[in-house]
Design a protein around this ligand. Structure first.
Ligand SMILES: [Zn+2]
Length: 330
């Protein structure tokens, strides 16, 4: 009996470690990366297909669980599949939190700044933390991550944080990226990766309506898809969230992004601009070293909440759950 138990344990360990390896897979030779929609089923779960690609002779899907907004990359052969157009897929999944969040983002698409979802459930006594990694020659502001880990280690582990990452930042900062991945591998933090465009162009002179992704000549497909490919190459799992560079967009651009199945995420508390976080806020700071005042404000906020954190009265929320819960049961 003991032998069997040991054998079973060992098998479980091997399975568990292969699952971990799979979760962190790097897809270094991606080919035929395509936007594609449909329904995929692997008992008991339904998934919506967002992308397909090939890597070293195998075919993969990027999938989203429309109930939880969780994404995953998996081999195509594991699924029973029904291909659909974007319109058909959106109709098929129309009552799910994922589609409700997309529709809400589209409804809030008119503003030139801060379109999209900008807060979670107001009943929550805590916030969702988002930190942007725009291109920067400065090193990663590591205080954010070491401080949240230290404050929350007794009450919440791993601590959820959402990072908006650009293709250029990934290319510029391989060591910082490895450092973040190690924190995640040690389960000190859990990172939701938000697409923040590849190039993140910005002009100091151009008006907002011709700036950032609204700059004439911008190739939106490139900005979205090359960032996803760079994430996959680096072993990061793309989420269904997108953050506009400079938080700047117009209605047409919001629809271009939702057509990729991505939910624009704004903020109601950009700390460096003096906006105060409320319960359920989506807080914005910059993790790329360019905005230390916002990070200082965040650290002060954490310190002021030490007691509430200890008694679990003030927590950091997983962005996926904050957005998801807002649309559950509606
Ligand atoms: Zn940015």
């Amino acid at each position: 009996m003991i032998r069997i138990t040991r054998f079973t344990l060992l098998t479980l360990l091997i399975i568990a470690s292969s699952v971990i390896v799979k979760a962190q897979a790097n897809y270094r030779k991606i080919e035929n990366y395509q936007v594609t929609y449909g329904w995929a089923h692997h008992f008991p779960q339904d998934w919506m297909i967002l992308r397909q690609f090939e890597n070293e002779g195998k075919s993969y899907y990027l999938l989203v669980n429309p109930q939880t907004l969780e994404t995953k990359v998996d081999e195509r052969s594991f699924y029973q599949v029904k291909p659909m157009s974007m319109a058909e897929a959106r109709d098929f999944f129309k009552n799910t939190p994922y589609q409700k969040a997309l529709r809400k983002a589209e409804k809030q698409s008119v503003n030139i700044q801060d379109a999209g979802i900008e807060s979670g459930m107001p009943k929550e006594t805590g916030i969702s933390l988002t930190a942007d990694l725009c291109p920067s020659h400065r090193p990663l502001d590591k205080r954010i991550f070491t401080d949240i880990f230290n404050e929350f280690k007794k009450v919440e582990q791993p601590v959820p944080v959402a990072l908006s990452v650009t293709g250029i930042w990934m290319r510029q900062h391989p060591q910082d990226l490895d450092w973040l991945k190690q924190m995640q591998a040690k389960r000190e933090i859990y990172i939701t990766w938000i697409n923040h465009s590849f190039n993140h162009h910005v002009s100091l002179k151009a008006p907002l309506k011709e700036n950032f992704l609204l700059e004439p000549g911008t190739d939106i497909s490139y900005e979205v898809l090359e960032t996803e490919k760079a994430m996959l190459k680096n072993g990061l799992r793309p989420s269904v969230f997108f953050r506009f560079p400079g938080l700047v967009s117009d209605q047409q651009l919001v629809y271009r992004i939702t057509d990729f199945g991505l939910i624009p995420i704004g903020t109601d508390a950009w700390l460096a601009k003096g906006q105060q976080p409320q319960a359920g806020s989506i807080v914005l700071i910059h993790g790329n070293g360019n905005e230390p005042t916002g990070v200082n404000d965040f650290i002060k906020l954490l310190q002021s909440k030490t007691q509430s954190i200890a008694s679990k009265q003030w927590l950091l929320y997983d962005l996926r759950e904050s957005v998801d819960e807002e649309f559950e049961g509606q």
